[in-house]
Design a protein around this ligand. Structure first.
Ligand SMILES: [Zn+2]
Length: 310
């Protein structure tokens, strides 16, 4: 948790990280603060614009659209690697996202699936829109990716955050796909390297308390979906497992749904029915460290699952 940086220190932090910063209009006072709070700040969110042309992209992010007024972010990172500051304060970039994701960002732990839209993200995230068509084919120039890395690292450095405080819009809000064309895992690895002076990130080992997540979604229908948590020698030491279930529906989900959960411990199945409610968020199902397989069946609504192992 952190108070927002001042506009001046925001600008300075970006410059100190080696970025070329362009100040656009009265960016310091262009915001949506009259619509709600800005802060406390918990992280940095990365987006793609689905636009082309740097000048046009910057102007859209500054002014916004008729039904989505600007600013649409704080900084626009164009393909040439420059950061254009278009607003400061509350900006229309993050929308409603998942409170479980916010908790994970605050704790700087692995992200759960984003299957709820119940939390104001514009209040809690710095936002960078990055010029790209978002079609998976429009290239991301090296200089632009480096600018994303530097911009996110600059804010993490100021606040004392690590790379897990940087997320993509797609990790926050159900239905969002941005940024597309690089993975947030790869970007976080770069930010980690930058913040730690170039050391190579080491993968978590079984000695770490960091949970490993096996995540996915289940389509409604007659066929079960089977998920395998990590197992084998490396995981003999995993002492805990937990299954998290939540509705995964865009739009208006049904109020309640039942999921058939079957858990296999290597010898036999145990079967239960779990009731999910749209209002109730995530339901946790106990597992044991010996459980090696989970089968999920839902008839009425998509379900997101995460198996946490630690
Ligand atoms: Zn976005």
């Amino acid at each position: 948790m952190a108070d927002p940086m001042s506009a001046d220190s925001f600008l300075q932090a970006l410059r100190d990280e080696g970025l070329t910063v362009v100040e656009v209009g009265d960016w310091r006072n262009h915001n949506r603060n009259h619509k709600g709070p800005f802060g406390p700040l918990h992280g940095v969110m990365i987006h793609h614009t689905v636009t082309s042309g740097s000048a046009r992209t910057v102007e859209i992010c500054r002014a916004g659209y008729e039904d989505l007024p600007g600013p649409l972010c704080h900084g626009v990172i164009t393909k040439d690697g420059r950061v254009h500051l278009v607003g400061y304060g509350r900006a229309n970039h993050a929308g409603l996202g998942d409170d479980d994701v916010l908790r994970a960002v605050i704790a700087e732990t692995a992200l759960p699936p984003d299957n709820e839209a119940n939390t104001d993200g514009n209040r809690h995230f710095y936002g960078f829109e990055c010029e790209n068509l978002g079609d998976g084919e429009d290239p991301w120039p090296a200089v632009q990716l480096e600018a994303i890395e530097r911009a996110a690292a600059a804010l993490c450095r100021h606040h004392g955050w690590d790379e897990r405080s940087v997320i993509g819009h797609l990790e926050w809000q159900p239905g969002k796909v941005d940024p597309r064309g690089f993975t947030m895992a790869s970007m976080r690895a770069r930010i980690h390297d930058r913040l730690t002076g170039g050391s190579t990130p080491t993968p978590p080992t079984q000695e770490d308390d960091m949970p490993v997540w096996t995540t996915g979604s289940v389509t409604p229908g007659p066929q079960p979906t089977v998920a395998l948590p990590p197992h084998g020698d490396a995981w003999n030491a995993a002492s805990h497992r937990r299954l998290h279930l939540g509705m995964d529906a865009i739009g208006t989900p049904p109020a309640t749904a039942t999921v058939r959960v079957a858990i296999h411990n290597g010898t036999s199945w145990r079967v239960s029915e779990v009731d999910l409610s749209a209002a109730g968020g995530i339901v946790d199902v106990a597992m044991t460290a010996a459980d090696v397989k989970v089968s999920l069946l839902t008839e009425s609504v998509g379900v997101a699952y995460a198996i946490e192992s630690w």
